[in-house]
Design a protein around this ligand. Structure first.
Ligand code: ADP
Length: 613
């Protein structure tokens, strides 16, 4: 009956439709895709053969073309099975994240077996006898050719199942589970065809398999999304390892930098230093400080990019921050003929809730830039407020009469490592990281930053930030402004112990501390420290490096805290100067935190806190 080819004709129609849709879409170059395209074309040919042989059988079962057509049809079935086997073996064993070239090599190895096998099987099928019997337009193919075909399909099905069972974990991960249902379809069709040959559904089932594959795993859109996800995953991984590399590198750089900054500072303070050497040493101090800024900047930007920089909010005193910023800016202005104006809104709350150190960093970057890029004239630091319920909107602006920025360069301003007007900037130190970090920090705090500038006249940077207001009674005693505490501290007979595995660092710390008149002892590991404490030795302060081999500073302190008599204030000394480290070390039981290279003002503060009489 010709009606029995309606099924195949309909399948042919759908296959053609699928072919058009598939090829009209943008596809990515992948091995699976090549398999899929092969399956599409093979099925189109198979449908053609199926329709032609069924029709011929209906018209005249003795037509001499019928036998070769049926043999070709059997060869088509063998081909589909082998290609599908290669496909299943490929997706279940090859990692999709592997480079395209490596994937292609693996497929080549598979094809080296499959193609010769196909050629041999095709020749055998073509040569051995095959009998066609037609009843009502249904061709019953019998004989050794048909039996061989049946055996090949059976072996292939066993391979698919074994391969899926062996790789079930990766297959679930790769969402290739639909293949499992497809295999069941193919086997069911094969069996049905044997039980009820008049159904003639094998070819249509193969097409159906291709259809399901299109809508589940081989859809070009899904493939693109998968590829994008894999690429994204790889990019995130690469970025994370870059950040880790940068943070460990900056740690490594900080340690020798500690020696350079420390020794050059000590040298600079020597009274008998010749005048010309003084200038050179002060250049070393400046250069090493710039290097330190670069290291800190790289550390910050890599943390921001790896989404590891957290905004840690706490209550803070606005006046303390503003005082610090003014003092720091004045120090940076040095001898420059600049007028520094400040205008702070009297309504500015005394206490706010936010990340004080990041707010300070943002404003300090803007103020430092103003000092750097203004030769003469003024710098105006203004803080306005809008108060609404318990939120204070800070409108912070830094205006200068400096070199200004060309309008066409404004949009490059916040890109990392971008320095504008290079020719006019050569004498000004900078990395081009400051504003990139500033912008990211402002955004992390849900704020906004704006720039207005006239080239040659000046610039104005404005930051808008919302902070929560903390209402509490004004404290009568103000906190110490420690930055001005100097060596005049009375600490003569106090004993300090420094623990660090790096001899250079010990030397720097010793020199710095003895300049205060302190008695300094040094040891290079935590075990000796524990022994000393057990022996009952007494110190007024311990500076304990964290990153030491065998036993870290943190572990050492943990052991010390278990000694009932231990109560000496202990300061974490570390080159791990990432933001948030202070909180980490304080939570681990340290009394204070001192970053390497040791900053004189910080050391002053700690000495004043623990050792000053
Ligand atoms: P750096 O100052 O380290 O070069 P920044 O990211 O802080 O890097 O600034 C990027 C560039 O923006 C600077 O190189 C400078 O050309 C320009 N710039 C920043 N602030 C000002 C300013 N106040 N006046 C003029 N130009 C500025």
């Amino acid at each position: 009956m010709v009606s029995s080819i309606y099924f195949q004709t309909l399948s042919l129609f759908y296959m053609l439709l699928l072919t058009i849709v598939f090829f009209s879409k943008k596809r990515i170059k992948s091995i699976e895709n090549t398999f899929f395209v092969t399956l599409i074309f093979t099925n189109l040919i198979g449908l053609g053969l199926d329709i032609a042989s069924t029709y011929l059988a209906y018209v005249n079962v003795n037509n001499p073309l019928l036998n070769p057509l049926c043999k070709l049809y059997l060869i088509y079935l063998i081909f589909v099975c082998l290609i599908f086997t290669a496909y299943v073996l490929f997706v279940s064993t090859v990692d999709p994240k592997l480079e395209f070239e490596k994937q292609r090599n693996k497929v080549r190895k598979l094809l080296i077996i499959i193609i010769p096998l196909f050629v041999i099987l095709s020749i055998i099928v073509f040569c051995i006898p095959l009998y066609n019997v037609s009843e009502n337009g249904i061709i019953y193919t019998k004989g050794p050719g048909a039996d061989l075909n049946f055996i090949v399909v059976g072996i292939c099905a066993v391979i698919w199942i074994i391969s899926l069972i062996c790789n079930y974990k990766t297959i679930i991960n790769k969402k290739y589970l639909p293949i499992f249902s497809l295999i069941i379809c193919v086997i069911t069709a094969g069996l049905l065809q044997n039980v009820k040959p008049e159904l003639l559904i094998v070819t249509s089932m193969c097409c159906y398999v291709v259809y399901i594959m299109f809508f589940t795993i081989e859809n070009p859109d899904m493939k693109l999304i998968n590829e994008l996800n894999i690429a994204k995953e790889q990019a995130v991984k690469a970025n994370n390892s870059k950040s880790e590399f940068l943070s460990s590198m900056s740690h490594e750089i900080r340690t020798p930098l500690n020696a350079i900054v420390g020794f050059s500072q000590i040298l600079l303070e020597k009274e008998n230093l010749p005048e010309d050497s003084k200038e050179e040493v002060s250049d070393i101090v400046m250069a090493s400080q710039t290097l330190l800024e670069i290291v800190n900047g790289i550390l910050d930007i890599s943390k921001i990019e790896a989404n590891k920089l957290e905004i840690i909010s706490n209550e803070y005193s606005t006046h303390k921050i503003l005082d610090d910023l003014v003092a720091l800016t004045k120090a940076r202005m040095g001898e420059k003929p600049l007028e520094f104006r400040t205008k702070f809104d009297p309504a500015l709350p005394e206490y706010l809730f936010g990340d004080a150190s990041r707010v300070k960093q943002v404003i300090l970057n803007l103020l430092t830039n103003s000092v750097k890029y203004t030769k003469e004239g003024y710098i105006e630091f203004k803080v306005d407020t809008i108060l609404k319920n318990d939120i204070c909107r800070l409108i912070i602006s830094v205006e200068d009469s400096g070199i200004g920025i060309k309008p066409e360069q404004i949009n490059k301003l916040f890109r990392k490592f971008e320095r504008l007007n290079e020719s006019g900037n050569t004498s000004i130190e900078g990395t081009g990281l400051g504003l990139a970090i500033t912008k990211k920090l402002v955004e992390l705090m849900n704020g906004k930053i704006f720039v207005q500038s006239i080239f040659g006249k000046g610039s104005k940077f404005t930051v808008v930030l919302d902070q929560k207001i903390i209402y509490k009674a004004k404290e009568t005693t103000t906190t110490n402004n420690n930055s001005n505490i100097s060596e005049s501290l009375n600490v003569k007979d106090k004993k300090v112990l420094v623990v660090d595995d790096n001899n250079l660092n010990l030397k720097v710390a010793e020199k710095l501390l003895t300049s205060y008149g302190l008695q300094v002892e040094t040891i290079n590991n935590g075990f000796s420290l524990i022994d000393k404490m057990k022996a009952g030795e007494v110190y007024d302060l311990i500076l304990l490096d964290d990153m030491m081999p065998k036993m870290s500073g943190t572990e050492t302190l943990k052991n010390l805290r278990q000694l009932p008599t231990f109560s000496i204030p202990t300061v974490a000394l570390t080159a791990n100067a990432i933001e948030g480290m202070r909180e980490k070390y304080l939570s681990e039981g340290f009394d204070e935190y001192l970053a390497k290279p040791i900053e004189k003002t910080e050391l002053n503060r700690i000495i004043a806190k623990y050792l000053s009489k």
